[in-house]
Design a protein around this ligand. Structure first.
Ligand code: 6R9
Length: 647
């Protein structure tokens, strides 16, 4: 669109991929995907047994399967570590920056290799075998990366659970994948505050439904007091010190599972997204290199937590596949003060920096001074991920943080996609603030209408992907039928992302947000159903409906309508109690911003809650409630509006 601002690729930006190369490579990747991906996989990965077949997939109901390089074998940890030892053994693999600014560490590839090997052997000694599931519930400390890679080394499947989740949410995720081992730490530290991780694990394991866990391995992070169960609990430091440092990597099939990562969908039960070995690693590594224009020797920093997919692909697997130096930050952007990000950039001479719009918006609120007092000269590329970035935050990120020199890569992707799918490449894409721009190699986005008809040209619709790419998830762990229903049932023969998007005249994509009951709060993905089921688990609550509403800092806020059980009276004390309840049931990120008592909820005659109306009321947009003719009791709506206005 001509009135939109365009930031052309800076003339002096000497990149791995320029405009001509992008056009040519993209065309090649779509014309003959197997030739394209076959070549990338041979170049970028080290195979034990080479593959003879590139892709084999079908999105059809009776035959849903996705396989890449299916007869090849390799080991992911070997590709991330051993392969680099000869040339880069002494190079820093991980720079760990502690919560306390005086606390940082450099870990070389050789050291990381040794740590991973010792833990791999220690896990083997505990009886962990290829295919077994190991749950990781850890702070942002190097041991988190070590544990992921140790699992990969011995063929175990890791399931990282974000350290901000409650004991109940942790228990759900342990039960679903039947983990035999949990690796945790005594406590985590963020912004000077401690979180009792081990105590949370104890609470999770005390639940009767958790029956599979045999051992809990505990990293000593703070030395704080913890309870100990003899025979079950083991100190990480002890078992790794006594383990052999030579740990032969397990030969894995390309399609053997690498990890499970739980994410939210439209039902209350989180989905165990399953990624496999070769395709995932290839996709994470290739996108990391080309999207950040990563060059050997550079320092790269992604601020995500390893509990989310961004941490998996762009703190651990992608960067390590490329022998990069990756920064891992334990703390928060506001501690000890709001210059922390920029101080870390100067301290470690960070070249590319990848964060979320919610962090940018929060820091922007504090003005330019905390940024400008740091040099930031080392920066070359800036990245954004997790939610749409509003043009105002984009401009601030570009002009203030990047001094107008650094291209911003606004990367659109999902837990399910393994790596970024729609994204600028710094040397190839002219930027438009707020647009994730164009597809990565081999990726074929399309827009469809509600009947699944493909829309051409500049248009608005549901965002789907035609064809597969190596980083695509393979199934929902233990529930292949749900995999089909969630992603392939709405529209035939394409992957439905759950997002809506607009495509402009230049073929640029603008993500408009989720089309399903998934919220995106500060870049964290949450199902409204999960929050609702937490609320109705409270004895005073009969029914609950949760919707999102626009929130200046968080992108979306959480608005909960609550109908009380008979005989219960609304009160401020109960509001506070319910809010706290959700916090303990799920975790602090799920705490509602507003709770409104609702004697009745707007429902259709068939009993479906009309969320569209609840969203409008939460947004304070009463003039435009749309069709209310199917409501069972239209009076409910006016009552809700009165209460909303008088709050
Ligand atoms: C990587 C990650 C996925 C959902 C996705 C979309 C939103 C992510 C975005 C973006 C607009 C971007 N999303 N990146 N929306 N622009 N650059 O965030 O994975 O936690 O699974 O969330 O996040 O709605 O569908 P995940």
């Amino acid at each position: 669109m001509s009135e939109e601002k365009i930031y052309p690729v800076p003339a002096q930006f000497d990149a791995l991929i320029d405009k001509q190369q992008y056009e040519k490579m993209y065309a090649d990747s779509i014309r003959d995907p197997d030739a394209f991906w076959g070549e990338q996989a041979r170049q970028r990965l080290d195979w034990i047994k080479p593959f003879s077949k590139v892709s084999n997939y079908s999105f059809a109901k009776d035959d849903l399967h996705i396989r890449w390089f299916e007869d090849g074998t390799l080991n992911v940890s070997y590709n991330c570590l051993d392969l680099h030892l000869e040339e880069r053994g002494d190079q820093t693999a991980i720079i760990w920056e502690g919560d306390d600014p005086d606390n940082s560490l450099h870990i070389s590839y050789r050291e990381l290799h040794e740590k991973v090997s010792r833990l791999g052997n220690a896990l083997r000694e505990q009886g962990v075998k290829k295919g077994d599931r190991v749950t990781l519930y850890l702070p942002m400390i190097p041991e988190a990366a070590v544990a992921m890679l140790a699992c990969a080394r011995i063929g175990a499947v890791h399931s990282v659970v974000f350290g901000g989740f409650s004991p109940g949410a942790l228990a759900d995720r342990i039960v679903d994948c039947e983990a035999s081992i949990v690796i945790t730490a005594d406590q985590s530290v963020r912004g000077g505050k401690k979180v009792p991780l081990k105590a949370n694990v104890d609470k999770a394991l005390a639940q009767e439904r958790v029956t599979t866990v045999e051992k809990v391995i505990v990293v000593k992070r703070t030395g704080g007091d913890i309870e100990w169960t003899d025979g079950r609990d083991l100190w990480y430091e002890e078992i790794t010190a006594s383990a052999d440092s030579d740990c032969p990597p397990e030969e894995m099939n390309a399609e053997d599972p690498l990890f499970i990562l739980y994410t939210s969908g439209s039902t209350g039960k989180p989905k165990g997204v399953l990624h496999t070995s070769a395709g995932y690693l290839l996709y994470a590594g290739m996108t990391h290199e080309l999207v950040f224009d990563y060059r050997p020797g550079e320092v790269y920093w992604c601020t995500a937590d390893v509990g989310w997919v961004t941490g998996h692909s762009y703190i651990v697997y992608g960067p390590l596949a490329n022998a990069a130096t990756t920064v891992m930050f334990e703390g928060v952007p506001s501690y000890p003060d709001n210059s922390r990000f920029w101080e870390i950039i100067d301290k470690h001479q960070v070249n590319s920096f990848y964060t979320a719009p919610t962090a940018i918006r929060a820091l922007m609120r504090d003005g330019d001074e905390p940024v400008k007092k740091c040099s930031r000269k080392s920066l070359r590329v800036l990245g954004s991920v997790g939610e749409p970035i509003n043009p105002q935050a984009w401009e601030w990120y570009y002009h203030v943080v990047g001094d107008g020199r650094c291209p911003i890569v606004d990367t659109w992707w999902q837990t399910e996609t393994g790596g970024t799918l729609i994204t600028p490449l710094p040397g190839a894409t002219d930027l438009k603030p707020g647009s994730a721009t164009r597809p990565f190699f081999g990726v074929q986005p399309a827009l469809v209408d509600t009947d699944g008809n493909e829309l051409d040209g500049a248009n608005n619709g549901a965002l789907v992907l035609k064809g597969s790419w190596p980083g695509q998830m393979r199934t929902i762990f233990g529930d292949h039928e749900r995999f089909f229903q969630t992603y392939f049932a709405t529209f035939e023969n394409v992957y439905f992302t759950g997002d809506g998007a607009r495509r402009d005249e230049d073929g640029y994509y603008w993500i408009t947000g989720r089309m399903d009951d998934v919220l995106n709060v500060s870049g964290h993905r949450m199902g409204t159903a999960e929050i609702e089921s937490a609320l109705v688990a409270h004895p005073s609550v009969a029914e609950a409906a949760v919707v999102g509403f626009p929130h200046d800092l968080k992108g979306q806020g959480i608005y909960a309508y609550v109908t009380l059980s008979a005989g219960k009276e609304p009160s401020d004390a109960l509001l506070g109690e319910l809010s706290q309840w959700v916090r303990t049931e799920i975790g602090p990120i799920a705490k509602p911003d507003f709770i409104q008592f609702a004697p009745g909820l707007p429902k259709t005659r068939s009993g479906k809650i009309m969320r569209r109306i609840l969203r409008k009321i939460a947004e304070n947009d009463y003039g435009n409630l749309g069709d209310t003719s199917t409501l069972a009791e239209p009076g409910v709506v006016n009552d809700l509006i009165d209460r909303r206005m008088n709050r």
